[in-house]
Design a protein around this ligand. Sequence first.
Ligand SMILES: [Fe+2]
Length: 183
Amino acid sequence: MMWNTAATAASRLVRVNLATRPDDDLTTRAGQAQRAATAAREVARLKAEGAQIVFVDVHAEVTSEKIAMGWYLDGQATAVVGTHTHVQTADARVLPNGTAYLTDVGMTGPHDSVIGVVTEAALGRFLNAMPAKFEPATGVARLNAAIVTADPASGRAMAVERVNMSAAEVEALAAASAAATGS
Ligand SMILES: [Fe+2]
């Protein structure tokens, strides 16, 4: 398991990246319990140091592990959002004790691909079981994100919204925003 914590002192917004690695023992309860305990400890430490908003990125393969982590940190972290599987899930919600949750935020990049890899290369390996060089795909991209609305005083999330926009929709939004601000 790897940790990376980024903080901006002025806003007291802290992001925690929790990543599981292939050599982690994903199948045993001991491994999962250890990851959960470490995550809860890190969130508690950051809050004790003055963090108001704690955003946890769970970078993991297994959806059930990410969901369990969301429930476990409900009321402790402001948000628990998953990454790694690249496909946005439709389960954005605020859990009962105020933690925003989404199993996977998705991928910002070219979606005419196999999770970002040139389709032909991925298909070659898929169909022939032969090693193939995985090149990043190019082409028109989609924006995937999650917007969390939170109360800094309590650290609780009030809303979470999935964002899944085409490049054209992003450009239209930018144009509308520029027109509204007169810039
Ligand atoms: Fe990953």
